[in-house]
Every structure is written in structure tokens, then in C-alpha cells.
Design a protein around this ligand. Structure first.
Ligand SMILES: [Zn+2]
Length: 572
């Protein structure tokens, strides 16, 4: 690649070319990165001076101090020096050459080979104006180098993964396979990454050749760079030992639990193993309450929240949360429990299993083998004078019967079901054999929910509804097909994802969309008269209930999520 000629002229650079090994001269205000930022008025003169005192190389200091966002600096440098830039989230980890250069040098120069291309090596660099770094890398690689500018933060994550900071005996994932320390260090790195990405699960999957590790982040799986195939058996054994599973048993599924400490935070992990064609697959679920949001942070609209609070203030009756697996039902229930969790209230919950530990709540795990199911647990609770009961899930008539009985006799009962929408809960329970009058008497509120990915507030782009529908090939689709009650303005402002260093693919975290169905006196009367789900749904809508799709549009119009997300998880 040809660089802009002035880059090669040391006089424009605060950093003089030096031979490898000799100390770098101190950066000055003439440093091209500072000059560039000053020119673009991204920093003040005073900021530039304080950045020089930061201790890190200038480009790193700019990002770490928050003076500029990593991806913005990367693009700015690439544009100023007419160089290509690379989003490191997009590279193919399988192509990353590992053995070309030592880790210390990569860390020292904030540069790292990311691919071999023809006769050259593509090297990612945080600061392309750092001629010392470039010269040192070129010498060490003894190869033609194609430079690409990258985001400082992404590069740091890559360096941490491929070239971890030496810890005592300096373990590398590609060193001799007979070192158990390898697997231990690798596992710690996977965990650290999982926590950093706020992953919910870690998948360790054997493949025909080698294995892959994927993290579920905001509902989607993301692969980690591949590790040496010899590492897998040791990694799997290490995790199984920690989770107190039988390491000799590889042909039957097993479950285990373990705790871990990552960055001073204690997390609980649930491990399950499954024998597959190519060997044991492990899924590690990260449990923990550190990300447990409050009820008001989950995405309920103001009117929904008012209904929910009204139901929670009652001393008896039932609140039911419904939705498919992974729709955030548990988070909603726990957030409700937090509202109710006062010193004078006796709360008991039976779950399969308890996903988070809540102080002040008597939590019990279902244990089918020992004969402790939802129904027996509920009966036992009722003998202990609880005020609030949480039943993880109603799966059968017996459980439904006891739970409803409890709701009618002075207990507030919270539970979940698996149905598509809120009206569906009523029909499902009646199919289980519950009488309509029982439901009318004890169910106060039903909420259905889904989770959609939340647009990253830093990089989301404005668009219009018409443009977005056009892009999805849905222009001209009927209103009913899209689930609009009234025709929206085609120029309605909506947002779409872009992607930046602070997020993944333009999304960060998730937000719930909710259908809230209070069982009003009108609904209760109708329920006893007709058991028809559609009639009930129509009536609820006439009382102000939104469909899930309508609730989704509210989130889209508020710029919280994208059109595609809502169309993907709801139906009209
Ligand atoms: Zn972003």
C-alpha cells in the first residue's frame, strides 16, 4: 500500500524514526494524531496537552481518556492518510496468523497481523502515523506489509485474546497440548470475554476437525477465534471438574453448577453436557443478578406499568407472564418480585431451576427425581403462610388448580405460561381443565412479551418508515399485514442500525415489548359467557390492549429498535 508521502517525512511527526529497541522519544503537541484532532476541533489545546501526560501512546490515550471514540478515530486516521480501515469484529478469526510475531512486540506497538494475503501480511495498527511501530513490525515480520487502521479498543480486545498479558508462567494457547494450564487460562479468557460482552451462554462445540466456542450475546451467537484442537478435551474436563460433573461419563447428558469470579464479580454458572457425533458439547449458562434490571427499565409503556403496579398492589389474585423461551419472562417476574420484596412480606418461589438468587425470597428448585414438582412445592409453601408465591411455570392441571386456589385465598401468585399472546393464556388454562369462572375470579393481569434488540444509541441512523419498509421489500404491504391499527405516516421517523466500536452490529442490549391484558370486570363477565379467544382478544383491544406487533411499533417509532427486529419477533 502506498502511504501519503508526508507520512514518511519525520518532520511532520512527533515521533522520530528510531531503531528497534531504542527508547521512543516523547510525543509532542506536533504529534500528527493530536494535530488531526485539533484541526477537526475534536479536542482543545488543553486536552491535547493533558493527553501527552497520559502515559499511553497518543492514539491510545485519546480513546482511553474518552476524548474520541475508537471507531471515529480509526476512520478519521484512515481518511486523513488515505489508508484502508478494518472493523476487527468482521475479520475471519480462522485466518489470523498466530506464530508470525511475538506477543510483546504486538502489545508494544499496538499492531497485530490479522491475515496473510498473497505475499504480504495484513497488519492492523492503531496509529498509522507511528513510524517507529511500523518499522519495527516490518523488520520483525520480514515480509511485505499491508497496513490497515483499526479501532484501538477492538485491537486491545484482539490482543487480549490472542496475546494475553503474561500471567506468571506465561501461558499461550498454542503451546504444548499436554499443559493443563493451557486449558485453565483459555477458560478464564473465554469467561472474561463472556462477561465483557454480557453474554448469556457459552457454547463449546466439537466439530469434525477441532472445535468452536461461541457466545450468545443479545440472543445471537458470536464465534470466538479458534483455538488449537488439542485443547478441547482438557478444556471440557476442566469445566466438568469445576461443575462437579463425572468426567469419565462422556456418553450421557449431564448437568452441573459452578461459581466463578471475573473482575471481582462473583457469577454463577450452570453447565450442561450433551454427547454429539463429534464429542461432548458443553453449554455454560451465565446466571447472576448483576444485570437484573428494575421493572421500570424493562421497556413497559407508562400505561402498561400503571396496570402492572395496580395488580402488584393487590393482596391476592394471579399475574401471569407468557411468551416463548428466551422472551425475558423470568426477568419480568423477578423485577415484579423486587417491587414486592419488602421486609414484612413473605415471598416463596419454586422454579425449574432458580435462575437468579434474590435476597429475602425463599427460593426452591424443582427436583422431579426427588418428587418435588411445582404442585408439591406449592402445597408445601401454602403451609408456611406466604403472602406472595412465584411458580416458575404452570404446566399441568394440578399445578394450575393449586395456584388458582392460592390466588383466591389471600395470596398474590406470579407465574408463567408458554403461549403466543395474552388472550391465549385464558384458552390454554381452560384446555387444562380450569373453569372460566375460576379464571374470572382470580386472574388480574396477563402480560405477553418478546425481546427485541435495542439500537445502539451512539450509532443509530435516522430513517423513515417508508424507506425501511422499502429496504425490506415490504413497500406497499397492506396495513393489516404489518399490524397497524391506523395508517402510519410514511414519513414517520424511525431508526436503523449502523455499528460502531461500542456495540455489535448497531445493537446494544435488548428491550421488551409487552402486551398487557388486565382482566377488568367487563373482561371477567365476557370470559364467563364465552370462551372464544378471538372475542376475548377483541374486547381487550377495545379496552386499550395493544397487540405485540402494535407494542413493537411503539418501540420502533420511539427509535429504540428497528423495523426488522419487530417484524422478526411478532406477528400481525
Ligand atoms: Zn453503536
Amino acid at each position: 500500500m502506498n502511504l501519503a508521502p508526508h507520512l514518511e517525512t519525520p518532520s511532520t511527526s512527533g515521533l522520530q524514526h528510531t531503531a528497534t529497541g531504542s527508547p521512543k522519544p516523547r510525543a509532542s503537541l506536533a504529534h500528527p494524531v493530536l494535530q488531526l484532532l485539533l484541526q477537526h476541533k475534536r479536542i482543545t489545546f488543553a486536552q491535547a496537552q493533558s493527553l501527552l501526560q497520559h502515559g499511553d501512546p497518543v492514539a491510545v490515550a485519546c480513546v482511553r481518556s474518552g476524548a474520541i471514540e475508537g471507531m471515529a478515530l480509526c476512520r478519521m486516521l484512515a481518511s486523513a492518510y488515505k489508508m484502508p480501515w478494518q472493523d476487527l469484529e468482521d475479520i475471519n478469526p480462522r485466518k489470523v496468523p498466530r506464530q508470525l510475531i511475538d506477543a510483546a512486540r504486538c502489545r508494544q506497538h499496538w499492531a497485530m497481523p490479522i491475515e496473510r494475503k498473497d505475499a504480504a501480511v495484513v497488519v492492523a495498527i492503531a496509529d498509522p502515523t507511528d513510524s517507529t511501530a511500523r518499522h519495527a513490525m516490518e523488520q520483525a515480520l520480514r515480509s511485505k506489509v499491508q497496513w490497515v487502521v483499526v479501532n484501538v479498543e477492538q485491537l486491545e480486545r484482539m490482543l487480549d485474546f490472542y496475546h494475553p498479558q503474561p500471567t506468571g508462567d506465561d501461558v499461550h494457547m498454542q503451546s504444548e497440548p499436554d499443559e493443563d494450564g493451557n486449558a485453565v487460562a483459555f477458560w478464564q479468557r473465554i469467561l472474561a470475554q463472556a462477561v465483557a460482552w454480557r453474554a448469556s451462554d457459552i457454547h463449546i462445540e466439537p466439530q469434525e476437525i477441532g472445535f468452536q466456542v461461541r457466545l450468545r450475546v443479545d440472543g445471537l451467537l458470536r464465534a470466538l477465534p479458534p483455538a488449537s484442537p488439542e485443547l478441547r478435551p482438557r478444556l471440557v474436563s476442566h469445566i466438568k471438574v469445576l461443575a462437579q460433573m463425572d468426567i469419565a461419563e462422556k456418553r450421557l447428558p449431564q448437568d452441573g453448577r459452578m461459581g466463578a469470579t471475573v473482575e471481582n464479580t462473583r457469577i454463577d454458572l450452570r453447565v450442561s453436557s450433551l454427547p454429539t457425533l463429534h464429542g461432548e458439547k458443553l453449554v455454560v449458562r451465565l446466571l447472576g443478578d448483576k444485570h437484573r434490571p428494575a421493572l421500570s427499565d424493562l421497556g413497559y409503556e407508562a400505561d402498561d406499568l400503571a396496570h402492572l403496579h395496580a395488580a402488584l398492589e393487590r393482596t391476592s389474585g394471579m399475574i401471569i407472564v407468557t411468551g416463548p423461551t428466551g422472551s425475558g419472562k423470568t426477568l419480568s417476574l423477578y423485577a415484579c418480585l423486587d417491587v414486592l420484596n419488602l421486609a414484612h412480606v413473605n415471598i416463596a418461589s419454586i422454579e425449574d431451576p432458580c435462575e437468579m438468587v434474590v435476597a429475602g425470597v425463599n427460593q426452591v428448585n424443582v427436583n422431579e427425581r426427588a418428587g418435588l414438582d411445582f404442585a408439591t412445592g406449592l402445597r408445601a409453601f401454602l403451609r408456611q403462610d406466604p403472602d406472595v408465591l412465584m411458580v416458575g411455570e404452570i404446566r399441568d392441571r394440578t399445578t394450575a388448580g393449586i395456584a388458582l386456589q392460592a390466588a383466591q385465598t389471600g395470596h398474590l401468585v406470579l407465574t408463567t405460561l408458554h403461549t403466543n399472546d395474552a388472550p391465549g393464556v385464558l384458552t390454554r388454562l381452560m384446555h387444562m381443565g380450569v373453569e372460566a369462572f375460576q379464571l374470572a375470579a382470580s386472574v388480574h393481569l396477563i402480560t405477553a412479551q418478546r425481546l427485541v434488540r435495542r439500537l445502539c444509541p451512539l450509532c443509530k441512523q435516522e430513517s423513515t418508515l417508508a424507506q425501511e419498509l422499502d429496504r425490506l421489500g415490504l413497500h406497499g404491504s397492506g396495513l393489516e399485514l404489518l399490524g397497524f391499527a391506523v395508517a402510519p405516516d410514511p414519513a414517520q421517523r424511525v431508526c436503523k442500525p449502523l455499528g460502531c466500536a461500542q456495540c455489535m452490529d448497531g445493537f446494544k442490549g435488548r428491550v421488551g415489548i409487552f402486551q398487557i391484558m388486565p382482566i377488568t370486570p367487563g373482561m371477567a363477565t365476557l370470559l364467563v359467557q364465552t370462551q372464544d379467544a378471538q372475542t376475548l382478544a377483541k374486547h381487550a383491544q377495545s379496552e386499550g390492549m395493544r397487540t405485540l406487533r402494535e407494542a413493537g411499533w411503539v418501540k420502533v417509532f420511539a427509535g429504540l429498535t428497528s423495523v426488522q427486529e419487530v417484524l422478526g419477533v411478532t406477528h400481525a
